[in-house]
Design a protein around this ligand. Structure first.
Ligand code: PLP
Length: 423
């Protein structure tokens, strides 16, 4: 199936007389005829549903669709993107371990890495993602177990050199994790460039309608977890009578463990209703993304011409510093998110945002409705001035997420807000 077709048909193919649309299986439990059968499910000898915290048919269909879209061997949906990032790394890291992350990442991910993981005894080193391979290697330690970055950084709009990061990770015999939320698998499938584990906040474009929070982890099935660095996967798990994930589940070892161990112990399960909404959103992903891209390109070109605007970051603009990398990794288009700097700092940025009428002020991106936000006073307000600078966020930076309205209406709203600054 081609990508657009997978958006509609992957994960659920009803048989004779079954519902055309994947139903919401709003049930926590599943009944069986014998204790023996239930025992086999608990011992992971047989696949099947027994409790919705671990697996549910509606969520399963959404997971299979995302795995198909990203080109992975399996996926695990979580209750939020934060939970997906947390689970993805915790699946292989433990106290005493270290990992390397790009410093151009979402503010919530930064907090998780720099503070919450630290409390758990897991240390991170942040690196400049534009550094050379030799420079990046200086961040490695004997206990380094993973490398992390975002395909298109939120909100810096930097495009990652995915192949460089995959090489960096693989030369250190560790997996490369990538947050592909902003690019979406429609525009970029990082596994094709060497990423091992792909993460999404499905709250964003995969849903697209701002109706559910969710996350997903996709396993490429390509990483060799038996290289001696990952005993959690290659040595017996006492909670499953000594089962060894890599022996029993082969190239699906990582994603199976995330489900049967982490989801079992920590929860963070999406509700079947949310999985239904997510699936509905994914059906139109391809058509929505083309429109987000067209609108964003027009808005970026418009912003670049405004006298009140000093910088516009949109890798689709030929003048953008990220244009070349975008041409390589996201040649067919980009997300709808643009970062730009308004002259005059915080006050002018706030005055302009307050004048918007059609465009709403929202702590969100990737909505089908255009929205805008001031990161320095919202999503990134916990960062110090130095950390803000390192993340590429200035006081006058505004993030606008272009929706799928007619672009004339979006441009008219932005224009009247700029005109108000003259008064
Ligand atoms: N990753 C990226 C790139 C994000 O933008 C976000 C949220 O904005 C997250 C992860 C976290 O996802 P969620 O808000 O669904 O927990």
């Amino acid at each position: 199936m081609e990508f657009e077709t997978k958006c509609l048909h992957a994960g659920y193919q009803p048989k004779n007389g079954e519902p055309r649309v994947m139903p919401i299986v709003q049930s926590t439990t599943y009944t069986y005829d014998s204790t023996e059968e239930i025992g086999k499910l608990f011992d992971l000898e047989k696949a099947g549903y027994f409790y919705t915290r671990l697996a549910n048919p509606t969520t399963d269909a959404a997971e299979q669709k995302i795995a198909a879209l990203e080109g992975g061997v399996g996926a695990l949906c979580t209750a939020s993107g934060q939970a997906a990032t947390f689970f993805a790394l915790l699946n292989i890291l433990e106290a005493g371990d270290h990992f390397v992350s790009s410093n151009l990442i979402y503010g919530g991910t930064f907090n998780l890495f720099a503070h919450t993981f630290k409390k758990m005894g897991i240390e991170v080193t942040f690196v400049d993602q534009t550094a050379s391979l030799d420079e990046l290697k200086k961040a490695l330690q004997p206990n380094t177990k993973a490398v992390f970055a975002e395909t298109i950084a939120n909100p810096a709009m930097a495009v990652l050199d995915i192949e460089k990061f995959a090489t960096f990770a693989h030369e250190a015999d560790v997996p490369f994790f990538i947050d592909n939320t902003f690019a979406t698998p429609y525009f970029c499938r990082p596994i094709e460039y060497g990423a091992d584990i792909v993460i999404h906040s499905t709250t964003k474009y995969l849903d697209g309608h701002a109706v559910q929070t969710g996350g997903v982890i996709v396993d490429s099935g390509n990483f060799d977890w038996t290289n001696g660095k990952f005993p959690q996967l290659s040595e017996p798990d006492v909670t499953y009578h000594g089962l060894v994930y890599t022996e029993t589940f082969g190239n699906a070892a990582y994603i199976t463990k995330a489900r049967v161990q982490l989801m079992r112990d920590l929860g963070a399960t999406p509700s079947p209703h949310n999985s239904f909404l997510l699936n509905l959103g994914m059906e139109t992903l391809a058509v929505r993304m083309d429109r987000h891209y067209q609108n964003a390109l027009e808005v970026a070109e418009f912003l670049a011409k405004q006298s009140h605007v000093s910088t516009v970051s949109y890798p689709g603009l030929a003048t953008d510093s990220q244009y070349e990398l975008a041409q390589k990794y996201v040649p067919n288009g980009l997300c709808g998110v643009i970062s730009f700097t308004i002259n005059g700092g915080k006050e002018v940025a706030a005055a302009w945002l307050d004048k918007l009428e059609l465009v709403s002020l929202e702590v969100h991106v990737a909505d089908i409705r255009t929205c805008a936000l001031h990161p320095a006073t919202s999503t990134h307000r916990q960062l110090s001035d130095e950390e803000l600078d390192a993340a590429g966020i200035s006081a006058g930076l505004i993030r606008i997420s272009c929706g799928i309205e007619n672009s004339k209406d979006i441009l008219a709203d932005l224009a009247q807000a700029f005109a108000s600054l003259e008064q």
